[in-house]
Design a protein around this ligand. Structure first.
Ligand code: ADP
Ligand code: MG
Length: 647
């Protein structure tokens, strides 16, 4: 974090701390308490929605579980505040796990439905379990008494502020650790994340449980703030409101959730006070006009693009002066505002502001931390000495059958990989080469057959466990973590070197710092090895295609594999780059790694492969040295009958 960010955060905390003294109206203090509580919840929700990229419609229910845990503990057992709050966090995190473990087996709309059902069930349970929750009548709670002093609404504001600052700190530390990096990675490319040994499912559950724990904290604080809770509060509308707040505020930021919380708490007030509405809507209209004029004159937008947002904001502002009574039109205005934000500011208000700030940020403020000193190649290699099987192979695939419907993409293929060699896998387009790679790395479970690696049977194992066992790969269609920088991509590959826990990450223990530094040094060395040192802080999606392929190799090497699978690494590379690639693969072999290489460029295959296997229509048609297979009758026929570019 740059010092500018740090100073702004300290300033914001000071402003928040003095606000109640310059604005002592209890009603406003209460609103600020609710904003603080919602902001805590939204910081957690953003982990699931912003970072992991899953929609949860269950967060109002989790909020309710937190509320009711504190409420029931207080009401039934007179548990003190300082025990009830942590208990709520734990109980809610437990319910989060209960929801996440089955729910995260499915994706997208299905997940949304499961979380929605969870929300409904929880609400029914709270209503029905009268012996605990007092049912629809609700529970009454008192704010705590500390050292003989009854905590007042104004005191409570500072408790919530402290909790918010603490949450902010903890969430920031977690998201900046290897755990947060795993969340971001699985959002960008789940397949690649799994193939880097980072279990997508496991980390999704992790994110959900964290998020639920934070919702529990918010819920328990809410109980003591309101001093009365009833089941109706935790309804579908609240869940939608939370989601909107995250999206409007801006995903993947710490300030976004604060803004979102302010918006959803203040909006009902704005929409019930015509004067306030006029002021704010006029302000927004003036801003939009100014922005439109600026955008059009600097050619960042066309008149046509600007027309509709201009019209909407102007009509909204004008409508304020025609309306006598705003309450009748609340829902309409609310709907228009939401549509407007979701459509025109897909990255939320913070995303929009950030785009402007980044563009005009002076040169002397660096956007990213500069990479630590460069290591040399010595940091790259420490190839584990994996044993070979009884037949003397590092990897042996026997009678692999991979069927897609009626198509046998692989038909009884045997593959034996000798340790320390570069094994070529060639064949016309569609012959099953990539399928073989997907079977070996666990992305496809073979219909039949057996794979032995490192003397273990890995048939049907998950991609992340196969990666952890020592098989790394690149992809034919590049699978980088696009929104992350080059060095961060490599750091995901180094995930296995991080042994420190969540608490280590939060407290920045010496162990955590040591592992972080070691990983950064090794990542820098790996980038150096593939010749990408200069691009270390560039976002992966902005790299030229050829460089992206090289970055994938660096990331795969970070896994410290004993077997490296390269799927058409030369595709999209320029001639000099291909030369470098050949040198690189030779170096990789010299260090004791075994390589399986799928390649269309025959010169690459000829110059580096010790053995070549040829596939055609899912069957092995030849095997031998490069020279042998090139003169093989069947191979020549397959290629002449197949794609010409391949020959
Ligand atoms: P290659 O990499 O040799 O060009 P592939 O392994 O990608 O070929 O594909 C082999 C065959 O398997 C092709 O006919 C392809 O359409 C088919 N195939 C690959 N993956 C799938 C899948 N997930 N579902 C259905 N068919 C697939
Ligand atoms: Mg392929």
């Amino acid at each position: 974090m740059s010092w500018i960010n740090k100073i702004s955060i300290v300033l914001a905390i000071i402003v928040a701390a003095v606000l109640p003294t310059i604005w002592p109206n209890p009603y406003y203090v209460h609103l600020m308490v609710i904003i603080g509580i919602y902001a805590i919840l939204l910081l957690g929700l953003d982990i699931v929605v912003g970072y992991v990229g899953e929609v949860s419609l269950g967060h109002a229910a989790l909020f309710g579980i937190g509320s009711y845990t504190a409420g029931v503990l207080h009401f039934q057992l007179a548990v003190p505040f300082l025990l009830a709050v942590p208990a709520s966090i734990v109980v809610t995190a437990f319910f989060g796990a209960l929801l996440a473990l089955p729910a995260l087996r499915v994706n997208g709309p299905y997940l949304a439905m499961v979380t929605l059902a969870f929300g409904t069930i929880i609400q029914i349970l709270i209503n029905e379990m009268t012996f605990l929750t007092n049912g629809p009548l609700g529970l009454s709670i008192r704010k705590p008494i500390w050292f003989g002093h009854q905590i007042t609404g104004a005191d409570y504001y500072y408790i919530v502020l402290a909790a918010l600052v603490l949450t902010l700190f903890v969430v920031q530390r977690i998201l900046k650790s290897h755990i947060g990096r795993a969340f971001e990675a699985l959002h960008d490319s789940p397949i690649a994340t799994d193939c880097m040994g980072v279990s997508v499912y496991g980390y999704k559950v992790y994110a959900f449980v964290l998020s639920a724990g934070i919702a529990g904290l918010a819920g328990s604080l809410f109980t003591y703030s309101e001093e009365y809770i009833s089941p109706n509060t935790y309804n579908f509308e609240l869940t939608i409101l939370f989601l909107l707040a995250v999206i409007m505020g801006g995903r993947k930021t710490r300030i976004g959730p604060m803004l979102g919380a302010i918006i959803i708490v203040m909006l009902p007030n704005v929409l019930s006070d015509i004067e306030l509405f006029r002021t704010i809507s006029t302000g927004i209209a003036v801003f939009t006009v100014a922005y439109a004029v600026y955008a059009v004159t600097t050619r960042q937008g066309t008149v046509r693009q600007m027309l509709l947002p201009l019209l909407v904001t102007l009509v909204l502002a004008a409508s304020g002066y025609f309306m006598e009574n705003i309450t009748e039109h609340r829902l309409t205005i609310f709907g228009v505002m939401i549509l407007f934000v979701v459509y025109y500011l897909p990255n939320g208000i913070m995303g929009f502001l950030r785009r402007i700030v980044l563009k005009y940020r002076p040169q002397w403020i660096h956007r990213h931390e500069i990479v630590a000193e460069l290591g040399d190649d010595a940091h790259v290699w420490s190839v584990p000495d994996h044993p070979v099987n009884a037949s003397g192979y590092l990897l042996e695939a026997k009678n692999i059958l991979m069927q897609f419907g009626g198509l046998k993409a692989l038909n009884e293929v045997n593959l034996q990989i000798t340790k320390g060699t570069v094994h070529g896998l060639i064949g016309p387009n569609g012959s099953g080469k990539s399928t073989m790679m997907n079977v070996l790395t666990g992305i496809y479970k073979p219909t039949a057959g057996k794979i032995e690696f490192n003397r273990k049977n890995i048939t049907g194992a998950s991609p992340s466990s196969i990666a952890a066992a020592g098989i790394a790969r690149t992809f034919q269609n590049v699978q980088l973590f696009g929104e992350m920088t080059a060095i961060e991509n490599v750091l995901v590959g180094l995930h296995h070197t991080y042994r420190h826990s969540l608490l280590d990450a939060v407290f920045h223990t010496p162990r955590c710092r040591k592992e972080k530094n070691a990983a950064r040094l090794r990542a820098a060395s790996l980038l150096h090895f593939v010749g990408l040192s200069d691009l270390a802080n560039e976002e992966a999606r902005n790299l030229p295609y050829g460089k992206q392929r090289l970055l994938e190799i660096a990331r795969a090497l970070a896994l410290n594999p004993s077997l490296l699978l390269l799927d058409e690494p030369a595709a999209g590379l320029t001639a000099p780059d291909i030369k470098e690639l050949i040198a690189m693969i030779n170096k990789i072999r010299e260090h004791g790694l075994t390589v399986i290489l799928i390649e269309h460029h025959m010169d690459v295959v000829m110059s580096i492969c010790d053995t070549v296997t040829v596939l055609d229509f899912g069957q092995k048609i030849a095997e031998g040295t490069a020279a042998e297979v090139q003169s093989d009758e069947k191979v020549i026929e397959a290629y002449l009958g197949g794609s010409v570019e391949a020959a």
